[in-house]
Design a protein around this ligand. Structure first.
Ligand code: AMP
Ligand code: MG
Length: 491
């Protein structure tokens, strides 16, 4: 049996300035930790063959499969607001692209596969902990219905990587509709290479926005399209309590997928100012700041596209501002509509936004668990005696007062209690990748080579909207001593 990847590469056919050709660096003793079998099938790969030692060697970058054209992509980026003209894939290699079962082109990338010309001082490697974290959280996001890169496989390399201590090394196989970022455009903009910007924009339109191919002003339409997808994406993040943690322009995908799961985390108790990342000292990427930052990143993209808009700089800027102006409304429409669904409103009336904001304010004041409050509110919609939602509040009276208004409002709609509960449960997950669970999984794997907790967590998170009574404990917030206060990039 040989592993067959039906590669059809397009990015590596772009001009040489877009990437560096570089093969993954072989590792000592690859061992497959996890293969995402359904995703393998979706990509047209044979999961049984990928699970053989030969498959593991490919997924570890020890052998390069036929048809691959390995490259490290060039990009620049603003990191915490600071522009870096050259970043690029410093520890990842794009093996190639396949067309999946739905006809969508997907990148297959090895992350942690060794140094590239873009590694700067880094070793090109990834530690096992961050690899498991990305696997868990990206697949959880997928199950939550949020656009995201995905994880096809995790392998340990049999080598150590040196961080603060020596840690087991690992490689993640990441799948994305592409790895083109805002920073990819910035790479060419800072070099004043307008031909390359046009080339990249054309590639992006054909690949991610084919509906714009015949547009009268395709580059304006492209910016508009990216603005719409990013606005929608960030709204979805907020609606599940997700904090990306490192929304640099190089971690901001043009296709509108969540990308780069470094210090990301889901909040437990609701706090709009929540930050977990150890390196985000100023709270730039705090939960409630994410829409503002997405717009800031999109403004950087717009700057790159200006030369394609018009030779008249002033005109180009005005047009860009006009397009960026749509962000706020697109975001708040998506966010408010999502919130209405979360509290079980089928219609829109005056006063709804205030009703919902009052709930959020009470949750913040009472340190209510974000996920459980909404999930249990669904139970309360089904059965007025269900009181798990009020139990999330330090002062349950604050909930009672709000719930009275909520019941008056929902009574104006014809839906039955059961219908309302079912609709709410379909958008309010029971299970999210809680930090303390992710940490426990990583500890078991790194310290004891025990992947049972990892397997179980991945399994539970694949069905976030189902009650799964056997795994009820996975819905619990951390005990005070289990609380994770900080997350780390782990690079
Ligand atoms: P990140 O913080 O993962 O988004 O990475 C930011 C930049 O640093 C990217 O250009 C990465 O490729 C690079 N980088 C991160 N970790 C490493 C590493 N261990 N070795 C080389 N480059 C790295
Ligand atoms: Mg990155």
């Amino acid at each position: 049996m040989t592993v067959h990847f039906p590669f059809q590469n397009s990015y590596s056919a772009l001009p040489d300035s877009f990437f560096a050709r570089v093969a993954p660096t072989p590792v000592a003793a690859p061992r497959l930790i996890k293969l995402n079998r359904p995703l393998a099938v979706q990509l047209g790969l044979d999961p049984d063959v990928l699970e053989t030692p030969e498959g593991a060697e490919i997924l570890a970058g020890k052998t390069v499969p036929a048809g691959a054209d390995p490259i490290a992509m060039a990009y620049a980026g603003h990191q915490f607001g600071q522009f870096v003209p050259q970043l690029g894939d410093g520890r990842a290699v794009l093996l190639g692209e396949v067309i999946d079962k739905d006809g969508i082109r997907r990148d297959i990338q090895l992350k942690g596969s060794g140094p590239t010309p873009f590694s700067r001082r880094g070793d090109g490697r990834a530690a096992l902990g961050p690899v498991l974290r990305e696997y868990i959280v990206s697949e959880a996001m997928f199950a939550l219905g949020i656009p995201t890169t995905r994880s096809l496989a995790a392998v340990v390399t049999g080598e150590h990587v040196i961080r603060e201590t020596a840690l087991p090394g690992a490689v993640l196989t990441r799948v994305a509709s592409s790895h083109i970022r805002v920073g990819t455009f910035q790479f060419f903009a800072v070099r004043r290479d307008t031909d390359a910007i046009r080339r990249l924009a054309d590639h992006v339109i054909a690949r991610h926005y084919p509906e714009l191919l015949g547009a009268e002003r395709p580059y304006h339409a492209l910016l508009s399209g990216v603005v719409a997808r990013q606005a929608d994406l960030v709204a979805r993040w907020l609606l599940v309590g997700f904090i990306h943690g490192v929304m640099n322009t190089d971690n901001s995908s043009i296709s509108g997928e969540t990308i780069d799961y470094g210090p990301c985390a889901f909040m437990d108790s609701y706090n709009p100012a929540q930050v977990f990342s150890s390196i985000d000292e100023m709270g730039r990427y705090a939960y409630a700041n994410q829409p503002r930052i997405a717009l800031w990143n999109l403004t950087r993209l717009a700057e790159c596209l200006l030369p394609l808009f018009s030779d008249d700089q002033e005109k180009a800027v005005a047009e860009a501002q006009d397009i960026l102006g749509a962000f706020s409304e697109t975001f708040s429409d998506a966010y408010q509509a999502g919130l209405r669904k979360k509290v079980g409103l089928f219609t829109e009336r005056d006063g709804d936004d205030a009703l919902i904001q009052d709930l959020l304010d009470a949750m913040a004041k009472n340190q209510a668990d974000f996920t459980l409050t909404f999930r249990k509110l669904g139970d309360a919609a089904g059965d007025p005696a269900a009181d798990d939602a009020r139990a999330q509040f330090m002062d349950p009276g604050a909930f009672d007062e709000w719930a009275r208004r909520w019941r008056e409002r929902t009574a104006l709609e014809p839906q039955t209690a059961a219908e309302r509960q079912a609709t709410m449960h379909a958008v309010n997950p029971m299970f999210i990748p809680r930090n303390h669970r992710v940490e426990a999984v990583i500890q078991a794997a790194v310290n004891n080579d025990d992947y049972t907790p990892f397997e179980e967590l991945v399994k539970v998170l694949a069905k976030p909207f189902e009650d799964q009574p056997d795994y009820a404990a996975y819905a619990d917030p951390p005990l005070p001593e289990q609380r994770v206060l900080q997350t780390f990039c782990g690079t």
